[in-house]
Write a protein that binds this ligand. Structure first.
Ligand SMILES: [Zn+2]
Length: 107
């Protein structure tokens, strides 16, 4: 079983750009446009999904669908369990990289 807290952290604490670059060829094509991270919508195939850095949620301006990290992987045909396992690994890696870079950051 996955706890609600784990799922919340996977949605909030792992930037979607990190997830997508880690997916590489398995993930959707992406780029920076006007300082924002955009990627190709797995639902409608438009390069119009924009990630809001404030809540780490992505919104497709073509089909109006919203994605968090988990929704994205499920839309890419991962089953829920493997999506969560993969994101858990990515989050752990991301947090350990970040704490090596800056040990002074206080929240
Ligand atoms: Zn779309």
């Amino acid at each position: 079983m996955f706890t609600a807290d784990l799922l919340r952290r996977l949605r909030n604490d792992l930037p979607m750009s990190v997830t997508i670059s880690a997916l590489g060829r398995e993930g959707p094509p992406s780029k920076m446009r006007d300082g924002r991270f955009v990627f190709l919508c797995p639902q409608c195939n438009e390069m119009l999904v924009v990630v809001n850095p404030r809540n780490n949620l992505a919104h497709c301006f073509a089909c109006e669908r919203n994605f968090n990290n988990i929704d994205l992987l499920v839309a890419l045909d991962f089953d829920f369990r493997s999506a969560v396992a993969l994101l858990e690994d990515l989050l752990r890696e991301y947090l350990s990289r970040r704490s090596k870079r800056s040990t002074t950051e206080v929240k």
